[in-house]
Design a binder for this molecule. Structure first.
Ligand SMILES: Nc1ncnc2c1ncn2[C@@H]1O[C@H](COP(=O)(O)OP(=O)(O)OP(=O)(O)O)[C@@H](O)[C@H]1O
Length: 315
């Protein structure tokens, strides 16, 4: 889907991005992490040509982005930033309709798309479509920001610290919503964050940058188990590592199927909860086993403390 080849950006004498080469597959969620000033936003903004590279090449579906007019390119790529950037004097409907309108969609199709997206983001269309951004909470505005970016069904969504300004609860809620929507729409996403927990939760692959360079690009589990020596190891290698490892897997991936009769009195956990949540429940309830239930509440298996300990342990 996206192929970045020897990409560099220099501002004056400062090298912000230095010789980056990587690929992101179609439908993947790739998260860029690294300390402040390491070049994450610059990298992201070169993908939609808000910043022009000094050197190198970016191919999207095999097409060199420099061969496309920037406006045309940006209509194919959704872009979400921290603080949203909604147009203050346009209603929520008008905000979401921006790119479809530029692309010449029919009014009926635009209206239907706006309602579809508001519903997807759990915002009642009748209540919200006619409001202005200042009449919405930060979390609601951020949802509209993502809905607007998805309006014209882009093949790629770029997100720069989209949840940075939100309180932890709203942030978690929006992360969960985004993951569901990404799976539903099968869209490719590249997101910048400096929050490693967020990266581990959201990413199929994490790209770690430092001082303009790409140090490692791997799945969260591989990154946690086998970080490259130096900065990546420092980033992931703290005392939280076993718990972070647990959060990379779902209960359904390690549970034993239910064979015997349900074990009465044991606490239950959802099959799609992660192992860190399962561990927290075991500790809280002071039990050694949990029953696993599906979305309908049916018991489908069990998971034990012993199995969880193995999953969080050094390989
Ligand atoms: N327009 C610009 N002109 C000059 N220098 C710039 C410009 N944009 C970014 N830089 C510099 O390039 C480097 C990388 O900046 P960038 O914004 O990409 O980092 P970042 O990793 O996204 O940081 P943060 O997490 O703080 O947003 C920084 O040292 C920054 O000062």
């Amino acid at each position: 889907m996206i192929e970045v080849k020897s990409l560099s950006k220099q501002f004056g004498t400062q090298i912000a991005v230095n010789d980056l080469t990587f690929k992101v597959d179609s439908g993947q969620f790739c998260v860029l992490v690294g300390t402040s000033g390491c070049g994450k936003s610059t990298m992201l903004r070169m993908l939609n040509r808000l910043i022009e590279p000094s050197q190198g090449q970016i191919l999207i579906k095999g097409q060199d982005v420099t061969t496309l007019p920037p406006e045309q390119l940006r209509r194919r790529i959704g872009y979400v930033i921290q603080g949203v950037g909604l147009f203050p004097h346009r209603t929520i409907h008008q905000n979401i309709a921006t790119v479809p309108k530029l692309l010449g969609w029919k009014k009926a199709d635009i209206d239907a798309r706006v309602v579809e997206l508001l519903t997807l983001f759990k915002l009642d269309a009748a209540t919200f479509a006619g409001k202005y951004p200042h009449q919405l909470s930060g979390g609601e505005q951020q949802r509209v920001g993502v809905a607007r970016a998805l309006a014209a069904k882009p093949e790629l969504l770029l997100m720069d610290e989209p949840f940075g300004a939100l309180d932890p609860l709203t942030r978690e809620l929006l992360q969960d919503e985004l993951l569901k929507i990404q799976q539903l729409l099968e869209i490719t996403i590249i997101m910048v964050t400096h929050d490693l927990e967020e990266a581990i939760k959201m990413a199929d692959v994490i790209a770690v940058m430092d001082k303009g360079e790409l140090l490692q690009l791997d799945t969260p589990e591989v990154l946690l188990r086998h970080p490259k020596a130096g900065f990546v190891q420092e980033l992931v290698g703290g005392t939280e590592r076993p718990l972070r490892l647990l959060s990379t897997k779902q209960v359904s991936q390690i549970m034993s199927a239910q064979t015997a009769q349900p074990i009465g009195q044991l606490p239950t956990i959802n099959a799609n909860a992660n192992l860190r949540e399962a561990m927290a429940l075991l500790i809280w309830e002071q039990v050694e086993q949990l029953q696993v239930v599906d979305a309908a509440g049916q018991i489908i298996g069990h998971v034990s403390m012993h199995e969880l300990l193995q999953q969080g342990a050094r390989a």
